[in-house]
Design a binder for this molecule. Structure first.
Ligand SMILES: NC(=O)c1ccc[n+]([C@@H]2O[C@H](COP(=O)([O-])OP(=O)(O)OC[C@H]3O[C@@H](n4cnc5c(N)ncnc54)[C@H](O)[C@@H]3O)[C@@H](O)[C@H]2O)c1
Length: 312
């Protein structure tokens, strides 16, 4: 297959592109920032082409789609967090629409885009209920509302043109090189691995954590399907409190200095952390590595970068 990965040089894309190339697919990675991407993907040879392009510019998007001859498109480009409204609109809303419209004109067989668990809003809206893809979307931040708009837009393209567009809602993706979005879980592993003290507001704050390698595998499996059974999939992950995560870190680093300003509280203001991902599990057979194993891997990735020996 031929895949165009927009935003493919980012945190998830850097793992997704090699999975696709290793499976024999031709991949074009289009990104606005390709510094390092060509070198990073060079070991994959001519299976991966890296092009610079701006998703907010329709000509860049349709040009890359036509040039690559893609029959699969995935859009991972986004601003993660809240920024100036005009800038966010151009990248998040206009950019996503450019992908859908270009995919329509190029008769792309399957388009996949990243939404987020943020669309659901705080877990408190749902009590102890595991949030399903069909539940009400209660997110109110700029990021969440833009994702909700993308989901609506995908629905509109499917309705109007019968396109296959699939939405994946990643949970709290974690990994040693994550820079944007929820990073308390990242810091909880990485700062102690560097021998640094780290402090968080609440021991009881909850997360639903998925390692970036598992997340990339989910994107690959769904993208390569011709027509998934559902339009939207929750990634799900491991539900864990910050205090529990700190305990897992201490299993590898007994002297890890992880502190909490408050030993209680934080759960009631946490985002959606009870997530039903049975659609993904049943249809695509995904199984995530145990979080404890991933914690060890992240710690050792950081230690390797610091020239420190691995811990076990
Ligand atoms: N990482 C997470 O925890 C998480 C959680 C939920 C949802 N998501 C979603 O998954 C997707 C990928 O996340 P990520 O963590 O890989 O993000 P990232 O920021 O690491 O990667 C995004 C990529 O998009 C590129 N990009 C930015 N502006 C662009 C533009 N105008 N044109 C082309 N490319 C542009 C960036 O250079 C970057 O390489 C995003 O849509 C994000 O909202 C991520």
């Amino acid at each position: 297959m031929t895949v165009l990965a927009i935003g493919g040089a980012g945190f998830i894309g850097r793992r997704l592109v090699p999975i696709l190339a290793a499976a024999g697919h031709e991949v074009t990675c289009m990104d606005i920032d390709i510094a390092g991407a060509r070198a990073a993907f060079s070991y994959l040879g001519d299976k991966v082409t890296v092009v610079r392009g701006d998703v907010s510019q329709f000509d860049d998007v349709i040009g890359a789609m036509q040039e690559s001859g893609a029959d699969r498109v995935v859009n991972l480009s986004y601003f993660i967090g809240d920024i100036a409204p005009h800038v966010a609109f151009k990248l998040d809303i206009q950019g996503m629409d450019n992908c859908f419209e270009a995919a329509r004109r190029c008769a792309v067989r399957h388009t996949v885009f990243a939404s987020s668990l943020a669309v659901s809003g705080p877990q408190a809206h749902f009590g102890e209920h595991f949030v399903h893809e069909g539940d009400e979307r209660r997110g109110e931040s700029q990021y969440a509302v833009n994702k909700i708009t993308n989901e609506w837009q995908a629905h509109d393209y499917r309705r109007a043109y019968g396109m296959t567009i699939t939405c994946i809602r990643p949970a709290n993706v974690t990994g040693p090189d994550k820079k944007f979005g929820s990073i308390d879980h990242v810091n909880c592993m990485c700062q102690p691995a560097r021998g640094q003290t780290v402090t968080f507001p609440h021991a009881d704050a909850m997360r639903c954590v998925i390692h970036v390698e598992d997340m990339a595998e989910v994107f690959a499996r769904v993208l390569l399907a011709d027509k998934p059974e559902h339009e939207t999939y929750n990634s799900g992950g491991t539900m864990i409190s910050m205090a529990e995560l700190a305990d897992q870190v201490r299993e590898f680093l007994s002297d890890a200095d992880i502190r909490f300003e408050a030993e209680t509280g934080g759960r009631e203001t946490s985002g959606n952390y009870l997530i039903d991902n049975s659609r993904l599990v049943e249809e695509f057979g995904v199984q995530y590595a145990p979080l404890r194993q991933r914690v060890g891997e992240v710690i050792n990735d950081i230690r390797a970068g610091e020239g420190l020996p691995p811990v076990s």
